[in-house]
Design a protein around this ligand. Structure first.
Ligand SMILES: Cc1cc2nc3c(=O)[nH]c(=O)nc-3n(C[C@H](O)[C@H](O)[C@H](O)COP(=O)(O)O)c2cc1C
Length: 200
């Protein structure tokens, strides 16, 4: 069977949007032989670093491992269910952590109420940068939060949110059927008039 390429899964949009937004998608089939360079990893992290955050609190931290390193293996073993079968083929795993409170509560009037939002913003930036580098990113919420916290000896106020797999997309033929079909299916979203509650 010829390999199907799924590198173009452009979103069908109701109005033009930037190509980097329409072309980004989250594959599960990654090329196990591909590597990301140190420079690429730094670019991805810079993109995450420069995302907006509430009061510029930057209430997010990252733990990053390239495949073949101990850090990659430590992140990988706390992925849940099916994530554990496909994500290890990626070239890089990025654990995104929300910092839910400042180290010294006296020094700040409010807890970091928007830390999960801030973390998501940074990972969206990272995904866009991955696309710009010719890579793909796939976020996963299916992770063992407590085990991850213990693995990396994180304090209570550091909450693991997602692990994002980054790498080079590979043929969907490498996946079991159920997931192979998802890899090539049309990408869908709620229509704007369902998504937007009010618009004048
Ligand atoms: C916070 C978050 C958690 C997710 N968790 C998982 C996950 O555990 N496993 C998985 O295969 N995909 C996961 N996804 C990927 C979504 O299923 C995917 O983004 C969605 O179906 C839209 O597809 P697209 O990214 O290709 O546009 C997650 C995405 C986000 C943003």
């Amino acid at each position: 069977m010829p390999a199907v390429t799924t590198t173009d899964r452009r979103a069908v949009t109701e109005a033009p949007i930037e190509e980097i937004l329409s072309m980004r998608w989250s594959p599960r089939s990654f090329d196990r032989d591909a590597v990301v360079t140190d420079e690429q990893v730094t670019s991805l992290l810079e993109a995450a670093r420069w995302a907006a955050s509430a009061s510029n609190s930057q209430a997010r931290r990252f733990i990053v491992g390239r495949r073949g390193t101990a850090t990659f293996d430590r992140i990988e073993q706390h992925l849940m269910g099916f994530n554990r079968s496909w994500a290890p083929n990626a070239s890089l795993l990025v654990l995104a952590i929300a910092v839910t409170a400042p180290e010294d509560p006296e020094a700040s009037a409010t807890p970091y109420r928007w830390s999960e939002y801030d973390t998501g913003q940074s990972m969206a930036n990272l995904a866009s940068q991955a696309h710009a580098l010719g890579l793909h990113a796939h976020p996963m919420g299916g992770i063992e939060v407590e085990a991850m916290r213990q693995e990396f000896d994180l304090p209570e106020r550091y909450v693991p949110i997602t692990v994002t797999a980054v790498g080079t997309v590979a043929s969907p033929d490498l996946l079991p059927e159920r997931y192979r079909l998802r890899e090539t299916a049309e990408r869908t979203r709620l229509p704007l008039d369902e998504l937007v509650l009010a618009r004048d």
